[in-house]
Write a new protein. Structure first.
Length: 172
């Protein structure tokens, strides 16, 4: 069921969210993550909203760092406003670099990943106002205007990308 849902979400996103170029990067086998700190991700803090999968509303929120970790949430809604699924994200300093870990949850809070499992994205490159993890990107829409827009992208194992363009939520 979960694989079907992910494949369906990817198919919907490819139809409704045109992608002119790949937003995500893939590290070559055995790549070394660059040095980075959580302080370099301060631009990500806030609440973001925009169109998600199939044009339905989506939201992403990031809290200020607590120690060496930033906690984030992502909510994908259905066209009628109900929760389709959520993600719980941890962006953490580890061994002198950054790693992003996440778990998916259905609307009823049942998890997609096994109880003790999560998806892990290692840092491939970091720039001012951008972090490129292996198959996942978080970057400012305009590097000269942090806080005015967020682009999030994830490369699907089935091919293609899910691309999200967010603006600051009204409460930002």
């Amino acid at each position: 069921m979960r694989l079907f849902l992910v494949a369906t979400l990817a198919a919907i996103s490819m139809q409704s969210m045109p992608v002119s170029a790949q937003e995500t990067r893939i590290g070559e086998e055995g790549f070394e993550s660059p040095s980075a700190t959580i302080a370099q991700m301060q631009w990500l803090v806030g609440q973001w909203s925009g169109d998600g999968i199939g044009g339905a509303p989506a939201m992403e929120s990031w809290l200020p760092p607590t120690g060496n970790t930033m906690v984030g949430t992502f909510v994908q809604r259905t066209a009628d406003g109900a929760i389709q699924f959520t993600e719980h994200l941890y962006l953490m300093e580890e061994e002198g670099t950054l790693v992003l870990r996440l778990k998916h949850f259905n609307a009823d809070l049942t998890g997609w990943e096994e109880k003790d499992k999560m998806l892990t994205f290692r840092l491939v490159a970091i720039e001012p106002c951008a972090a490129y993890f292996n198959a996942l990107t978080l970057r400012c829409a305009d590097p000269d205007k942090p806080g005015e827009g967020l682009v999030a992208a994830v490369r699907m194992t089935s091919g293609g990308e899910l691309l999200f363009r967010f603006e600051p939520a009204a409460s930002n």
